[in-house]
Design a protein around this ligand. Structure first.
Ligand code: HEM
Length: 88
C-alpha cells in the first residue's frame, strides 16, 4: 500500500503533488469488485471543500515544526495538524 502511486514507471517523481499530472489510474479508492462505493461522494466533497477553501483563504500556515503520523500501514496522515488560516 505504501508504495502505491510511487512506481516510477507510471508515476515519475511520485512524491511530488503535481496538479497537471496526466490522468493515471491510482489505488486511492481501491480496485476491482470492491472499488469504493462512495467514490463520487468523496470526490464531490473534496471538490467543494477545496473550492471553498481557495475562495475564502489567502494562505495557510502550519503552526508546528513536528508532525506525529497516524500509526497505520495503510493510511498515511498526520494525527493533528494545527494551522492558521489567513482570509482573502
Ligand atoms: C476520501 C474518501 C474515501 C477513500 C479514500 C475511500 C477508499 C476506499 C477503498 C480503498 C476501498 C476498497 C477497500 C477494499 O478493497 O477492501 C473502499 C471501499 C468502500 N468504500 Fe470508500 N473511500 C472513501 C469514501 C467513502 C465514502 C464517502 C463512502 C460512502 C458514503 C464509502 C463507501 C465505501 C464502501 C461501501 C466500500 C466497500 C465496497 C465493496 O467492498 O464492495 N467510501 N473505499
Amino acid at each position: 500500500m505504501a508504495s502505491a502511486a510511487r512506481d516510477e514507471k507510471y508515476f515519475p517523481d511520485g512524491d511530488r503533488f503535481i496538479l497537471e499530472r496526466e490522468k493515471q489510474s491510482d489505488l486511492s479508492f481501491g480496485h476491482g469488485p470492491h472499488f469504493c462505493l462512495g467514490v463520487m461522494l468523496a470526490r464531490l466533497e473534496a471538490r467543494v471543500a477545496m473550492e471553498e477553501l481557495i475562495a475564502q483563504v489567502d494562505r495557510v500556515e502550519v503552526l508546528t515544526e513536528r508532525i506525529d503520523w497516524l500509526p497505520s500501514l495503510v493510511a498515511r496522515g498526520p494525527q493533528t495538524l494545527p494551522v492558521e488560516l489567513f482570509p482573502v
